[in-house]
Design a binder for this molecule. Structure first.
Ligand code: BGC
Length: 778
């Protein structure tokens, strides 16, 4: 856990005022820089000490065998693991021969700041070497949003007190040694020496290395070049071998004089291109960046972020910590998706190796809702990636004896990488989640993703003797239940998928014909959708998560000690599966996404029922619970959950921020605010708001891009205002009433009081931390 106070609370940056070596790995994740293509963990410039060295390129992985004690038909045979590629962040410093290492000598001060508007990580350290020479070291680094192959660092050193001989050694290092993994399944497999050297070159300040992964056969090029500035000039020398290269700049400095080194680093990779092609690609990117220069890179970075914040900022008055956390979250979401360009958005973005760098349903259900309404181009790119792996998904469905497409539960390149069936391929809901994201993004045109996923549902489910359509033996969002029948979330999402595909086939008959859909097939989708079975427990007045769930024994929460969470690390799945206990929101997500399928009373009752058994062992849970708590009227609880989702990484609430930040939870913070306190629901093209603020917030403001129009929403306790700056008139609903918006004319609508409800209880010891001013319901 990271204690409160580790970071200064300020609205536009994250500041760490001193260095805590015990939290190094966590801080490397939260301060990580990325643009969706290249990711740099915030390892110290000098490389050591480190928590976990990390440089990642989206899509670069190594294949590894997935061994099974007992094999079974259809088990994936090969896994994929993101690899730490060539480290270009390294800048070692020698002060009169002594290496700058914060563990030795005296570290008088150390500060790091992640600036959300500048898009930079800066550092200032004042250090006294064991021999007594004091220096000030400052560095500013960026991973460029505008030049996606580029990272750059401006590094300066200045002696204090007396003059010193300074050597700054900038490095490129491949096959860095990594700390051994622990026993937590959420961490990545560690692969030794994944990179085979193919080419190295050193010439004046420039060094280039090209490597190939040994099994997956991907070629990776990395190169660096430098500009050095020192009062009487500096000596510069470069050398390289297969796994490393250095450029060293030396100078004698008097007090007050500085050596400044600007380092440009370029990356490129390919599974098909030749060595010269990759080399040239990297060289071109490097030359462009160097010619552009450090100041221009900084200016471009700020320009890109000005535009982003103008579109996507969410203002939350009344709680500065939440404000900071929300912007921190949005910044990381942007970093994960901005320049991914037809590649996946992994669960940890490019901030760490957690979950082996795999992408899950997290993308479609947590990240894309925010991106679709703020930076739609990034959402489109993530959907194009899904589209690009459709052939893998069709092949997988065939292997499983199913029709259509079965998308992988976790993957990098498109193949299923989960070696655990119950919480892997059986989580078929990922297919309906993808369809949901497609519907949200394109309002259901004739997209083939809809068709193939509808086919899957039709072949996975069956009509019973009464004609009801069932989907049996699947795992829903809650991973403490597996292989259930008629999981309500899965059935409702599949129903939407089937109906949307049938509608699209009717609307776009030519496209449907191209996809081989005949009227009989689309009628079968509609029948299945209409006959979809949704279970209900009349006695309890709630929906069972899956058939029979409400009859199971309830988990013994009173006898579960606080240190036995997460339960999956302390109890066998076998036991979790047969008890009423939820790892994460399941029905709650169904109510959020398919709110039309529940009455307000059912929502309130279901929420309370499942609240008492949801332990939130997944970081994906709190944000959904926040949004639904707000809808049913538990505003104080919603605010507490918002805090949990927003602070997931800033406080390391799941104890695994070291492996990377939790992109879904950070994006979910947006959902909790906009979907929760803003009450935004878009269904069938209708835009509905039901805003209500918790006591802890005095104002919430955000913008959305809906059908090419920018809608600005501002909410206080008393009223909400809606404004479209320019564009066509548009209708929205405010707490059920239609409101017509005309360009440039703000409409102010009163907010009705929330229903008064008793705060529901959570499992013993799993209550969310109360946020100041936010703890009251009603
Ligand atoms: C959750 C999944 C999620 C995965 C990656 C798991 O702990 O249960 O729902 O997709 O983490 O974030």
């Amino acid at each position: 856990m990271i204690k409160q106070g580790a970071f200064t609370v300020e609205p536009w940056s994250l500041r760490e005022a001193s260095l805590d070596l015990d939290l190094l790995a966590q801080s490397e994740s939260v301060f990580a820089l990325s643009n969706g293509h290249l990711g740099w963990r915030a390892n110290l410039d000098e490389g050591e000490p480190h928590g976990l060295p990390g440089t990642y390129l989206n899509g670069v992985y190594e294949a590894r065998p997935l061994p099974y004690a007992e094999a079974g038909f259809g088990f994936p045979e090969s896994g994929q693991t993101v690899i730490n590629v060539t480290n270009g962040k390294l800048i070692r410093l020698f002060v009169d021969d002594e290496p700058f290492d914060v563990r030795y000598g005296e570290l008088r001060s150390h500060e790091r700041v992640l600036d959300f508007r500048a898009g930079t990580l800066s550092r200032r350290a004042e250090w006294v070497s064991p021999a007594g020479q004091a220096v000030v070291v400052t560095s500013t680094r960026l991973v460029s949003f505008t030049q996606r192959a580029i990272g750059a660092i401006c590094y300066e050193v200045e002696p204090l007190g007396s003059g010193a001989r300074i050597a700054v050694q900038s490095g490129l290092l491949a096959n860095e040694q990594l700390p051994p993994p622990g026993g937590d399944p959420r961490v990545a497999a560690v692969l030794d020496n994944p990179l085979a050297g193919e080419y190295s070159e050193a010439e004046r300040g420039l060094v280039m290395l090209v490597h190939c992964t040994r099994r997956s056969g991907l070629r990776i090029g990395a190169a660096m070049d430098h500009l050095v500035d020192a009062p009487d000039g500096a000596q510069l020398e470069s050398r390289a071998d297969a796994d490393g290269g250095v450029t060293t700049a030396t100078a004698g400095l008097k007090p007050g004089q500085r050596l400044r080194l600007i380092k440009f680093v370029a990356y490129g990779w390919s599974g098909t291109r030749s060595l010269p092609a990759v080399r040239d690609q990297v060289r071109a990117a490097l030359t462009t960046a160097r010619q552009c220069g450090w100041d221009e890179l900084l200016a471009e970075q700020r320009g890109f972020l000005d535009d982003f914040w103008d579109r996507a900022d969410v203002e939350t008055d009344g709680d500065t910590e939440v404000q900071q956390a929300v912007r921190f979250g949005l910044f990381h979401v942007l970093q994960a998706g901005a320049r991914a360009e037809n590649r996946a958005i992994p669960a940890k973005g490019l901030t760490g190796p957690g979950y082996d760098g795999h992408a899950f349903w997290d993308t479609e259900m947590f990240v894309l809702p925010a991106l679709t309404l703020t930076i739609p181009d990034a959402a489109a790119s993530a959907l194009r990636w899904r589209h690009s792996i459709l052939p893998h998904a069709i092949e997988r469905a065939e292997q499983l004896g199913l029709k259509g497409a079965a998308f992988p539960w976790r993957t990098i390149s498109g193949d299923e990488c989960s070696g655990y069936w119950p919480a892997g391929t059986a989580a078929f809901h990922v297919n309906a989640d993808i369809a949901d994201a497609v519907i949200r993004y394109i309002d259901a045109t004739g997209d083939d993703l809809l068709t193939h996923t509808a086919r899957l549902w039709r072949s996975l489910g069956h009509h019973d003797a009464q004609g009801r359509f069932h989907i049996d033996g699947v795992t829903g969002p809650d991973e403490y239940s597996a292989l259930g029948n008629d999981n309500v979330y899965t059935n409702l999402m599949a129903q939407q998928n089937l109906a949307a595909a049938a509608d699209a086939a009717g609307q776009y008959p030519d496209r449907a014909r191209e996809l081989g859909v005949d009227p009989e097939e689309s009628a079968s989708w509609r029948d299945a959708a209409e006959a979809m079975y949704i279970g209900y427990d009349e006695a309890l007045g709630v929906h069972p998560q899956s058939a029979g769930f409400t009859q199971y024994q309830v988990w013994d929460f009173a006898r579960t000690a606080p240190d036995q969470y997460p339960l999956m690390l302390h109890f066998p799945y076998f036991d979790l599966y047969r008890k009423q206990v939820l790892k994460q929101a399941d029905i709650v997500m169904a109510m959020l996404l398919r709110g039309d399928a529940f009455t307000p009373e059912q929502k309130a009752r279901n929420f309370d029922y499942y609240e008492a058994m949801t332990v939130r062992d997944s970081s994906l849970s709190a944000c959904s619970q926040a949004a639904l708590a707000a809808e049913v009227g538990h505003l104080g609880l919603a605010f507490d959950y918002l805090g949990e989702a927003a602070l997931m990484d800033l406080r390391d609430l799941e104890n695994n921020t070291r492996d990377g930040v939790h992109i879904a939870s950070l994006a979910g913070t947006w959902v909790a605010l906009v979907g929760g306190f803003g009450g935004l629901r878009i269904r069938g093209g209708a835009v509905n708001f039901a805003p209500r603020l918790p006591e802890g917030l005095t104002r919430l403001a955000f913008s959305l891009f809906i059908r090419g129009q920018r809608l600005h929403v501002e909410i206080t306790h008393a009223a909400a205002s809606y404004l479209i700056a320019d564009g066509d008139p548009m209708s929205i609903r405010h707490h059920g009433d239609e409101v017509r918006l005309l360009s440039g004319r703000k409409r102010v609508c009163k907010i009705p009081p929330a229903p008064v409800r008793h705060r529901p209880s959570q499992p013993h010891g799993r209550e969310p931390a109360r946020r100041r001013g936010g703890g009251l319901d009603g």
